[in-house]
Each structure stands twice: as structure tokens, then as C-alpha cells.
Design a protein around this ligand. Structure first.
Ligand code: MRU
Length: 365
């Protein structure tokens, strides 16, 4: 998507594969800074510190991390230790493990001398496939927006609510939840996005608002607690969120607060859709609430916020009494019964075991 008017992916290969480049997402929207990562350890740190974040992007970054490790040492031992380091960098999104398993399975049977090149090729393929998958999600999701628009007066906008950032910045390009929105914009359909700020890391305020602004999509930032009120007053036509893991029966792990939006949507008959690339489906788990590990991050992410002061400097400030302790559960699980449908690259599936198996028989097996 566009960054300062130029088409930019969120991850790229530099120095013929000896390093990769990323946008440092901890600096957005205040600074656009690019980072060079040269080792698997640097990639693992970028993932755990959220310099790269969003389920599909951390999968793509992890795959490149393995390729960087193998370029230095292609032995079985080096492969195993880079895999362990990377897979532990964040626990909830399954895309990371999916990508690491895929690259590891691709290179393990090869002689060591051929592993680095094969890993790099596969990491690049994962990135290209992510873009194609997201375009597919956009094609299917935009039909939902068109259906709602058809019931409105000509020119009246369709209002979409999003949570967290499931946009271009969370993927290699286009985004998952935002892909139908960008497709609607390209088709000239009037669309408006209500962006949840998404405390505590403010991915909505810092990232979604930033990227929608860069693409010229009409949007309004709202506090996290506003969604139910807007739905009660008929101001939201459709909710579309992303996800970090979808179980075989259609339970959805996503950024903390997603579950509350789904409950409010159910109570107000607002359709609640989840956009996902197929690598986000984890057919090995069923009951998301019991089986998906939920990342707990530092309490300081709740007690402190960063922003830019009148002098233009980025400052972190404490918003609590000095000794207040905070809990910081980063994700929650929305049970399948609250999900209207799953927008995938192969079509829209009901959030049921049958629905997912019918679209992805190859993955389910
Ligand atoms: O903690 P983050 O910023 O990595 O969480 C991101 C989300 O929860 C996204 O909504 C999710 O990864 C879907 S990304 C297409």
C-alpha cells in the first residue's frame, strides 16, 4: 500500500538475502523508520518487541529469520536452535509456527549447502502468497460491502467498525480486514471506517488510522468503549476484524476486546465478520477459549502511553498512580457462535467445522 505516496511492502529482502528490511512499527505514526535485520536473533527481538507485528507479518518475518540463520550456519543444530528462538518470540498467532514449520520442512531434506538458498526462496514465496491471499480476501469481502450499499440510498456510505490493526501493516501488503475496504475504495463505493483505538498498544490509533490516512480512506478514531453505543444507534453496518488464530470449529483469537465487540454486534444484529488468510487456521485445536495460549505482556504497556508533545518529541507518560499494578492480556477468543462468517481467500465460510473443512479440505486433512 502507499506510504508517503509510494507503494511499499512491510518487509523486503536486502543485500541479496544477507539482511531484511522492515518498518519499525513501534515508531509509527510519529516517525517512519526502516530497520535492517541481519540475524535470527534480531528477527526474534523485532517480533517480541512488536517492531513487526500482526499475525501474517510475523509469519513472514519468522520465515526470513530462519533463512538468515541458515545463511550463516546451515547445520541441523543451527536450524533447530533458530526455529526454537523464533517460535517462542510470540505465542498466540499460529502463522509464525505455520511459516517456520513450512520452511523447516522444505530445507531439512536438503544437503546443508543448499539450505540457505531454498529457505530464502520459500520466505519470499510466503510473502508473495500473503499478498495474493489478501487480494482474494478483498474480492470476497467487497461483495458484502456492495450488498449493504445496495440497500442504502445512492451515495450513502457503508460504515465499517474495525478493531486493532489488521491492515497492510499487519501483513505483507493490503491487509486482511482492510482488504475489502481498500477494494471498495478502488471500486468507488462510499465507505467510512470507525477505528477502535485498541488499548493498550493503540494499534487502531497508531497504525490503522495512519494507514487509512495514507490511502485516503475516510475514517474516525473512536475510544474502545464506543462500539456498542454506535451499534445501538445504527451507525455501524458491519464489523470486520482480523485474527491471530481460528480453530477447526471457527473460534477466533484476536486482539483483546474483540470478544466484547462481537457480543455488542450480536445484541444489535450487526454482522460480525472475521477476515483471515488460510495459514491462520489451526486445525489442531477446537475449543479456542481452552486451547489457544493467550500472550500476557508487560503491565507497563497499560500504565504508560506514548505520544508526541507540543515540541514534536515522542514521550512516554505514566497514567496511573506510581504503585498501581496492571494486567495485560493481549488477546481474547470470540466463540464461533458470535461470528457471522469467515472471509477467506477461497470465499466466505460459516464459522463451523463443516464450513471450514468444505473450503479447506487440503488443510483440514
Ligand atoms: O499484538 P498485535 O499487534 O500483533 O496484534 C495484531 C492483531 O491482533 C491483528 O488483529 C491480527 O494479528 C490480525 S492481522 C491481519
Amino acid at each position: 500500500m502507499l506510504l508517503e505516496g509510494r507503494h511499499t511492502r512491510t518487509i523486503w529482502v536486502e543485500e541479496e538475502g544477507r539482511s531484511i528490511g522492515i518498518l519499525d512499527q513501534t515508531k509509527l505514526p510519529f516517525r517512519i523508520e526502516r530497520l535492517k535485520l541481519e540475524t535470527a536473533a534480531e528477527v526474534a527481538h523485532a517480533i517480541s518487541s512488536m517492531q513487526v507485528r500482526g499475525a501474517p507479518l510475523i509469519g513472514a518475518a519468522g520465515a526470513h529469520g530462519l533463512a538468515l540463520a541458515l545463511a550463516v550456519d546451515p547445520s541441523d543444530a543451527a536450524l533447530a536452535s533458530a526455529y526454537d528462538l523464533l517460535v517462542r518470540s510470540r505465542p498466540t498467532a499460529i502463522n509464525l509456527k505455520w511459516a517456520l514449520d513450512r520452511v523447516a520442512a522444505r530445507v531439512r531434506p536438503l544437503p546443508p549447502a543448499r539450505r540457505a538458498e531454498a529457505a530464502l526462496a520459500d520466505a519470499k514465496a510466503i510473502c508473495d502468497e500473503d499478498v495474493a491471499i489478501n487480494e482474494g480476501i478483498g474480492r470476497h469481502g467487497v461483495a458484502l460491502i456492495a450488498e449493504i450499499a445496495a440497500k442504502k440510498k445512492p451515495g450513502e456510505r457503508v460504515n465499517v467498525l474495525t478493531h486493532c490493526n489488521a491492515g497492510w501493516l499487519a501483513t505483507v501488503d493490503r491487509g486482511t480486514a482492510t482488504s475489502p475496504i481498500y477494494a471498495a475504495q478502488e471500486q468507488g463505493q462510499p465507505i467510512h471506517v470507525f477505528v477502535d483505538e485498541t488499548r493498550p498498544r493503540n494499534q487502531g490509533a497508531y497504525l490503522t488510522a495512519f494507514e487509512l490516512g495514507e490511502q485516503g480512506v475516510s475514517h474516525t478514531l473512536i475510544s474502545d468503549n464506543s462500539g456498542g453505543h454506535l451499534m445501538q444507534h445504527g451507525l455501524i453496518d458491519l464489523v470486520i476484524v482480523g485474527t491471530d488464530r481460528v480453530t477447526a470449529r471457527g473460534d477466533v483469537a484476536n486482539k483483546i476486546g474483540t470478544y466484547l465487540k462481537a457480543l455488542a454486534a450480536k445484541d444489535n444484529d450487526v454482522p460480525f465478520y472475521v477476515a483471515l488468510p488460510s495459514p491462520t487456521i489451526d486445525f489442531t485445536v477446537d475449543d479456542g477459549v481452552r486451547e489457544i495460549p493467550i500472550e500476557e505482556r508487560a503491565g507497563e504497556e497499560v500504565t504508560h502511553v506514548s505520544g508526541v508533545g507540543p515540541d514534536g518529541e515522542v514521550t512516554k507518560v505514566r497514567i496511573t498512580p506510581e504503585r498501581t499494578k496492571a494486567a495485560n492480556h493481549a488477546f481474547d477468543v470470540t466463540p464461533a457462535r458470535l461470528v457471522t462468517g469467515l472471509i477467506t481467500e477461497r470465499g466466505i465460510a460459516p464459522a463451523t467445522p463443516e464450513g471450514l473443512r468444505a473450503l479447506f479440505p487440503d488443510r483440514a486433512a
